[in-house]
Design a protein around this ligand. Structure first.
Ligand code: SAM
Length: 387
């Protein structure tokens, strides 16, 4: 597909527009059209430029979806879900979830010691943030790399309208065929439970990177861990919630078990210099160390919100629970998360690799690490650390 969507001017939203309207205007630039009225011409050729993913069939499908309303969100059990490709992503896109994503961005910042990425990308020019959410990472990246052009792509137009001029957002499905110009860096974060076929997605990414280009994937492992499990029983509701999520993800065909496989998957896809950094993130402010306590405090708030957004649709649509049953369980999960006797943490995986070619490959380095290992927040390379 031609490149016009990259440079298409973004119309400025009306002052009175609501956030979704603003986001819709900037991300997709389409609206509802009464059937018998003349259709106003779009000077910016929006549909032509809107989808850079998609084969012929899915492109038709994309257009149908776009014209029938990417903001006709599904409302269900008090939460709101994406409209474009309705049903393929089971986490809400409402304001509560958007706030959670922005707060979680701060946790990632703390965990990576203030860095936006771990990969040594050097200068970069064309960047994709695949599954950008509220676009908060992409906005920060665009500020830090003013010479680069960044595209943030998502099923939901929930990104702000006023962003750095080197950044734009698209509503699109990264599981479609890719027809962008090659990128020099692709970033993906928190897509566990979203993707049906990771190997296929990684193949698309590999093919759509310039030689020497980089991919970085950032994922939490699904299951929470308890560091003092020898002296306290694993919190029963957290266990129930996590096991249910895992089961529903498998049944739905979009597994949550992603983080631990990324290194192997990237290598199998052809990436070289694949590096896996694992960072222990406390799920509540139980650690002594101030920096980890602060991280635990933010992560605890994230987990309070995640205990509802991660599961409401999985448990009701797939496991057949009532929403009341789910709400009761998630209230118990929050109670357990508040209990600082549980030294709960999750492993955050930051995995990156380079497409060979371009004469700039990093030398392949084998990094040996234990299973729950133990990188200091913000440091790479497997340094052992107790929380
Ligand atoms: C948990 S959020 C993470 C957002 C962002 N990466 C971050 O870290 O803040 C996952 C996002 O991926 C998007 N997503 C899921 N499947 C997708 C797909 N097939 N194509 C594009 N976006 C997708 C969702 O709409 C959601 O906004």
């Amino acid at each position: 597909m031609a490149e016009q969507n990259v440079s298409a001017p973004v119309p400025q939203p009306a002052e009175t527009a609501t956030q979704p309207e603003v986001a819709a205007a900037s991300a997709a630039q389409v609206g509802e059209t009464p059937t018998h009225e003349d259709i106003e011409a779009d000077d910016h050729d929006v549909l032509e430029g809107d989808s850079a993913f998609g084969d012929d069939e899915s492109e038709r499908d994309s257009r149908t979806s776009l014209t029938s309303g990417i903001t006709k969100y599904r409302e269900e059990n008090g939460r709101r879900y994406h409209a474009y490709r309705d049903g393929k992503y089971l986490i809400p896109n409402d304001e509560v979830e958007q706030d959670r994503l922005d707060l979680h961005h701060h946790v990632f910042n703390l965990a990576l010691g203030g860095k936006l990425i771990n990969a040594p990308i050097g200068q970069t020019s064309r960047v994709l943030d695949a599954g950008t959410g509220t676009g908060i990472w992409a906005i920060d990246f665009a500020d830090q790399y003013p010479e680069a052009h960044i595209i943030g792509c998502d099923l939901s137009p929930i990104q702000p309208g006023w962003v750095p001029s080197n950044l734009e957002f698209e509503v699109d499905d990264i599981e479609d065929t890719w027809r962008h110009k090659p990128f020099t860096f692709i970033h993906m974060r928190s897509l566990a439970g979203s993707i049906r076929d990771w190997q296929q997605l990684l193949a698309s990414i590999f093919n759509n990177l310039e030689p020497g280009g980089w991919l970085e994937c950032v994922e939490f492992e699904v299951l929470l861990r308890i560091q003092n499990e020898d002296s306290i029983e694993f919190p029963p509701y957290i266990k129930k919630w996590q096991e249910g999520l895992h089961e529903a993800g498998e049944k739905f065909g979009r597994s949550f078990e992603v983080a631990v496989h990324l290194k192997d998957w990237l290598q199998a896809a052809g990436f070289v210099g694949v590096t896996e950094d694992i960072i222990k993130v406390p799920n509540s402010p139980w650690p002594r160390d101030r920096r980890r306590k602060e991280m635990g405090l933010y992560q605890q708030q994230n987990m309070f919100d995640a205990s509802s957004s991660y599961g409401q649709a999985h448990f009701t649509r797939i496991l057949g629970w009532t929403s009341q049953e789910f709400d009761i369980m998630s209230a118990q999960v929050r109670k357990e998360l508040r209990d600082l006797r549980y030294h709960s943490y999750s492993n955050l995986y930051v995995v990156y690799g380079q497409k060979p070619g371009g004469g700039k490959e990093e030398v392949e380095v084998e990094i040996e690490k234990g299973p729950a290992a133990e990188t200091e927040p913000g440091e790479g390379k497997g340094k052992a650390a107790a929380v």
